[in-house]
Ligand binder design. Sequence first.
Ligand code: SF4
Ligand code: SF4
Length: 617
Amino acid sequence: MSKRSILLGNEAIARGIVEAGCEIATAYPGTPSSEILPAVAAYSDQLGTKTAVEWGANEKVAYEMAVSASFGGKRTCCIMKQVGLNVAADPFMSTAHFDLKGGFLLVVSDDPGPHSSQTEQDSRYFAMFAKVPCFDPSTAEEAKEMVFDAYDLSEKHGIVTMLRPTGKVDHARQDVPLRDEVLPPRKDEFKKDPKRWVCLPAGVKVNHPRLNDKNDAIRNEFEEDYGKYNYVVPAKGTVRLGIIAGGTTFAFLSDMIRTSGRDDIEILKIGTPVPLPVKLCDEFIARHEKVLVLEQTYPVIETQLNDRTKIMGRWNGFVPRAGELLPELIEGIIAECLGDKVETSIDEDVRSAMEEMHVTPRPPMLCPGCPHRASFFAIRKALPKAINPSDIGCYTLGIMQKGVDSAIDMGAAVTAASGFYLASKVDGEERPVVATIGDSTFFHSGLTGLASAVYNRHAFVLAILDNRITAMTGGQSSPNVGTKLRKGDQGVQIDLEQVCRGCGVSYIKTVEAYDVNENVDVVKDAWAYAWENKEPAVLIFKHPCITILKEPPTPRPVRVDPEVCIGCKYCITSFNCPGLVFDESSKKAYIDERYCVNCGVCMSVCPHGAIVSREEA
Ligand code: SF4
Ligand code: SF4
């Protein structure tokens, strides 16, 4: 190991994956994990490996591809974010029971906080549930190092291993060591062996006790041989408190102790929380009067401790049961445990920092010029009393336009539309339902819901907001776009209309999302068809995401005519473009040219015709 380089945590993980000899890497994009797979492709090219990199249509698909590719002996990996593991839970639980041959690494990035997720779950619990070992890195360098150990452990015990970075590890930058050589590829020698590769109930009777044995053996190894991840950081002075910490909380804690000069805390750092090296913890607890457990987000370490009588943690309320454990919070918790005075006020710190930076806080909203805004507006205008289930992605931001009544998880817009239809059907009432879903999300898990709705004759309009990109996670491709991760590696674009037709939908129309006035009638017609024929009607609102346009479109600059504007604020409350603002002194709307991208869509929005083309001035 000769060189070092400053890498993003996700790049460090990717570099470790390639250096460790992984030959098949799959993923579904999701913040905070999205950068890992593109970086695997880049490092593979740079280091001359032939690593196959593929986006799966969803996490279950990605997982099954990668784990099956390991059955012949190759090292493979699958990458996703925490909610993605819910989608891949089925194959994850099954293959945890398998006796794997090649090393298989599952990277799941958690999002404590959460910053961009619909839940705040802890994948270490999933590891416990599936009985697979979990590595919980505190830093980018440690995450990279853990990749090698996770592969070795996977091959040694024939078990799935999980690397679980959290957002702060994924997105921090650190100077990490690089290897010049990558580990040699393994030959694919898949041997037919149904007892090993077919998950029959009879097999579970043998495999589950074997999985328990693997866990016992791995726990012992974590106790004895993994001192580089599980170790005590002694206090410099007289110890007043022992803290067990892992993941980013350990990193925050170390920084805090270094900068504040605290010398009264001893830390037991746990980098392998599942299965927990319990003996190590028991010994540590026995040496201290009080032990605080700091981990995020769930009490995974705490739950596995033999004796919790001295423990201050989540179970007895010392540590908040939700939210990210940020340094300021940790400082306050420690002070409280020791009975010291808490001097910091997080709110006050944040407020003064915002003031200093002249930042005006505002809720997340669709970008100016986003085609989804125009689609939501047309849908709402066409059927204001409709129920609007939606989905996970940019379209969730349609909530600001009152265009989102429910969002459960990926793909649920379609199945929720079925549910809302059934609820009104049993009451014998006609209540329009217009669901919105993105193009990549439709391929992720909307398809099955649509097939089910056609089969069951559910009347609703499904609006697929096709912006030619998986935008919210950073612009990845999907079956709808057809491009692949590596340049020169061409995929096949799957036509949305054909897919819907294949699901049995008869009424399908593709429209230009910016044509608000026309689309109002289109939505009304689609609902009339769906209700009359008792089947779903599909509208595809097509317009590329404003952030991926290679050539800017012909500008349609607009202005608000102050003579015509009556200050009703309808454009602000219903259309909600950051380029449209309201001047409280003149009581008129105006265009904020710092944000306006001259898409011209808002000309269709003002009911009084006050928003006009600038050329007409
Ligand atoms: S521009 Fe039109 S919608 Fe906006 S405040 Fe003026 S009159 Fe109302
Ligand atoms: S033209 Fe109107 S809708 Fe388009 S970005 Fe500017 S203010 Fe927003």
